[in-house]
Each structure stands twice: as C-alpha cells, then as structure tokens.
Design a protein around this ligand. Structure first.
Ligand SMILES: NC(=O)c1ccc[n+]([C@@H]2O[C@H](COP(=O)([O-])OP(=O)(O)OC[C@H]3O[C@@H](n4cnc5c(N)ncnc54)[C@H](OP(=O)(O)O)[C@@H]3O)[C@@H](O)[C@H]2O)c1
Length: 255
C-alpha cells in the first residue's frame, strides 16, 4: 500500500497533494479566493446547516480580511423544504446573484434516506443543488442581464464520477438498498453534478444567456468528507475548525 500513499502524496499542479492538510489548502486556497473576491467588492453568503457553524467560518475569514463582506444563512441541502425556505429568504432580500458555487457534499455514507425518502448522497449532493440552482436561476440570469457581468455556476464534482454503478445513474433504483454501494452511490451523485452542469451550459449557450455552468474535480485533500472512508489508512480526516468548504458564494458588485 505504501506506493499508493506515495502516489497521492505527490503534489499536483496546485502545489497540493494528498499529504497537504485541509488547513494548508484553505489558508492558501479558499481563504485566498475569498480574500480576492472580497477585495474586488464581492459579497459572500456562507450557507451552513446551522447559523453557528457558518458564523465560525465567517469569523475565521474576518481574521484574514476584516473588510470582507460576509453573510451567513442557514440551509440543509437534503430536505427539499430547507432548500426552498433558503431560496425564498434569499430572493426576498433582492440581492443580486453573480456566482453560485455548489460545493457542499457527503461521501460514501452507509445507506440512509433523507427526510424526503431519497438516498442521502443523491439527495444531498445532487438533488439539493439541482433544486437550489433551479430556484435561483432566474435571479442569476436577471443579475447577469442588468449588470452585464457573466453569471456563473460552479459545481464541485469529483473524479469519483467515473466509479459509479456499472450501468451509470440508477434512475429507477435511486433508493436501491440491497444493491447499495457507498462509493458507487457517491460516484453516481457526482456524475449527476457533471451532467447537470453540462446540460445547463448547453441550454444557456443555445439561449444566448450570459451565464455559464462548469463542473470540476477539486483535487484530493483530507477533509471531513472522508469520515466514512476506511481504506488507505484514512479513517477520519484531520479537522480544521475554521474550514469554509460548506459555503456557497453569493457575490455582488463583482467588478
Ligand atoms: N476532499 C476531497 O478530496 C474531494 C475530492 C473530490 C471532490 N470533492 C468534493 O468537494 C466538495 C467539498 O468537499 P470537502 O472535501 O471540502 O468536504 P467537507 O470539508 O466535508 O465539506 C463538505 C461540506 O458540506 C456540508 N454539508 C454536508 N451535508 C450537507 C447538507 N445536507 N446540507 C448543507 N451542507 C452540507 C458540510 O457541512 P457540515 O460541516 O455541517 O457537515 C461540509 O461543510 C464536495 O462536493 C466533494 O464531493 C472533495
């Protein structure tokens, strides 16, 4: 197994490898991105399952950049009611929306159903983001039209999309308990992220909308998402209290 560890330890083009900690990556990566966005006049909305955890993220970012414009709002991706409630509150603010980053997720958990009775990884990683995107799409398009600034949706997928079930997404067996594979189900949800972004991009190109959709694999880094992983000696990733990966970003005044 040592050769596998060595392979993952090798840094990628970003300078980070599997041996980089989340803290290192966040310091240099996400925090830097947030700082850059704030310096450019961006307002960032941090979405968290609880306001308390969002506030922790906000405070850690304010230490880096006291002038950052940061708001915290509550949303749980897996119950669709929570996504709808957040979208309603957000739209009521009448804030503009330039960028939506669909990043939150869970990986390889044991079989569970969401409150709505849907396999939890598919509900959280795909359906929650799908619904959120649909509910905010009008605002994203109208902001792009009014501001003349291209709107963006960025979906954080994974290379794991290649390791889904052998027949692809099991549309007719999403809640397939007996054949459930935690990793294939994760791959399935990540494949759905990519297909969703591709289809949005195709439609908007056809429409001539000034909005783009992209998906990406962020690289591999130990974070809390690995809490269910039981191979390569990675049991539970090192945690950093100030991680900010559960944020979506809502930006305005991006010049
Ligand atoms: N880390 C990697 O190596 C890697 C590789 C490929 C792709 N990715 C992708 O990168 C994205 C970010 O992952 P990460 O590694 O940064 O993991 P992470 O640190 O565990 O972040 C995931 C975040 O999603 C939030 N979340 C989970 N379930 C949620 C729900 N139902 N509603 C709202 N928020 C929820 C978690 O919030 P709580 O704090 O409340 O749990 C957590 O903050 C994921 O989409 C993942 O699939 C990661």
């Amino acid at each position: 197994m040592e050769w596998i560890r060595k392979l993952f330890r090798k840094p990628g083009p970003s300078g980070f490898g599997y041996s980089s900690t989340a803290e290192e990556a966040l310091r240099v990566g996400l925090a830097k991105r947030a700082r850059v966005l704030a310096l450019r006049g961006a307002r960032v909305i941090i979405l968290a399952r609880t306001v308390e955890s969002g506030i922790k993220v906000k405070e850690s970012l304010l230490q880096d950049n006291p002038n950052a414009k940061l708001d915290v709002m509550e949303m749980d991706l897996s119950p669709m009611d929570s996504v709808k409630a957040f979208a309603r509150s957000f739209l009521n603010t009448n804030y503009p929306l330039n960028v939506l980053i669909n990043s939150a997720g869970i990986m390889a958990c044991p079989f569970q159903l969401s409150k709505d009775g849907i396999e939890l990884q598919f509900a959280t990683n795909h359906l929650g983001h799908f619904l959120l995107t649909n509910l905010l799409l009008g605002k994203l398009k109208s902001t792009a039209k009014e501001s003349g600034i291209e709107g963006r949706i960025v979906s954080i997928s994974s290379l794991a999309h290649r390791r889904t079930y052998s027949s692809g997404i099991l549309f007719d067996k999403i809640n397939y308990r007996t054949g459930y594979s935690p990793y294939a189900a994760y791959g399935q949800s990540k494949l759905a992220n990519i297909l969703h972004a591709n289809e949005l991009a195709r439609r908007w190109q056809e429409e001539g909308a000034n909005v783009t959709a992209n998906s990406l694999h962020p690289g591999v880094i130990p974070t809390n998402i690995a809490r269910y992983m039981k191979f390569l000696g990675i049991q539970r990733a090192r945690l950093v209290e100030d991680r900010m990966s559960h944020s979506y970003l809502r930006l305005n005044s991006l010049k």
